[in-house]
Design a protein around this ligand. Structure first.
Ligand code: SF4
Length: 311
């Protein structure tokens, strides 16, 4: 079953690499990687199940176009049956080209729904001139999408956040909210009524940029309303990119860390029972090393070097 989701089969393109132009091979590899990473996330977090009606939220940005594109490819060969319904919310931003998405989705042949709600006027009325509008705008959008999900009898809401969004959220929470908390691949919505999934959880943003360019998605910018981008998120994004440039492989390592939490080595008394710690008499590799120098073998991450820290 897993092989069908993640597509490990050999194709004619794989068999004759020398005969194919480099760019075509690279694109083919990118497509395989995207399908594999999305398929893996779907399996690891049990995101999509038999009979699901998945609402694919499409904004007109590169990420949501990419998500829909890859989900359609996976749907065609998935070991289970599920439906994809693309949903776009037209918020009546000035200059929003409302013909682009319906035309694109029609041509794709995917069932879709365009919900038109003028949240732009509300946000403009409430938020003072010059202040960022994104927070209220997205709160209104969320409420509308939940209602639409109910009306369309949706069982999963799929959002186009990717690996870099998730890491940025992790650092935003750490730096500005004092929490070790990221953006979950699958969680119940804040109103308790929906399951939200993020099938691009394993996908790097740079791959989505390349895929969007290759597929020539008709991108609609989100900033039509003239609102400022979230400055803190932008700063964190720049910080992560700088780190990656200086220490290649660091993003991959941090992303792996999100999947390897060791509560006994943190300080949250709600996650680990420090009060009742007792000796076991049994050696444990993860036990405290007292004054020993800690080593960090990173054989599974070839781009990183061995690091040791004096404690
Ligand atoms: S950029 Fe504009 S449309 Fe996009 S979330 Fe912010 S306020 Fe809303």
């Amino acid at each position: 079953m897993s092989a069908v989701w993640t597509d490990n089969e050999v194709t004619p393109l794989d068999q004759e690499p020398a005969k194919k132009p480099k760019i075509e091979l690279e694109t083919h590899k990118l497509e395989k990687r995207l399908c594999r990473q999305v398929g893996q996330a779907i399996m690891d977090f049990n995101m999509i199940e038999e009979g699901d009606r998945v609402m694919v939220c499409v904004s007109g940005g590169k990420d949501s176009y990419g998500m829909l594109d890859i989900l359609l490819k996976l749907q065609a060969r998935a070991p289970i049956n599920f439906e994809l319904i693309a949903v776009n919310l037209d918020q009546k931003q000035p200059g929003f080209p409302d013909h682009i998405l319906p035309e694109y989705l029609k041509q794709l042949g995917v069932p879709f729904h365009i919900e038109t709600q003028d949240t732009y006027s509300i946000v403009k009325k409430v938020i003072p001139e010059g202040k960022t509008m994104c927070s209220l705008c997205s709160r209104l959008r969320r409420g509308i999408l939940y209602r639409v999900a109910d009306e369309l009898k949706i069982t999963k809401i799929a959002l186009g956040h990717h690996r870099d969004d998730m890491l940025q959220t992790f650092f935003l929470n750490m730096f500005f909210a004092g929490k070790l908390k990221g953006m979950p691949p699958k969680l119940v919505s804040d109103d308790g009524g929906h399951i939200v999934i993020r099938p691009l959880a394993n996908v790097a943003e740079k791959d989505l940029i390349r895929w969007a360019a290759h597929r020539q998605f008709p991108i609609i910018p989100c900033s039509l309303c003239g609102s400022q981008e979230n400055l803190q998120r932008k700063q964190i994004g720049n910080m992560l990119r700088d780190w990656e440039k200086q220490y290649p492989g660091r993003i991959e390592s941090m992303f792996t860390a999100l999947q390897n939490v060791v509560p006994s080595h943190l300080m949250d008394t709600k996650r680990h029972n420090f009060r009742d710690v007792k000796t076991t008499g049994v050696p444990c590799a993860d036990g405290d090393k007292v004054f020993d120098e800690e080593e960090f073998p990173v054989a599974s991450l070839p781009s990183l070097q061995m690091v040791s820290i004096q404690v």
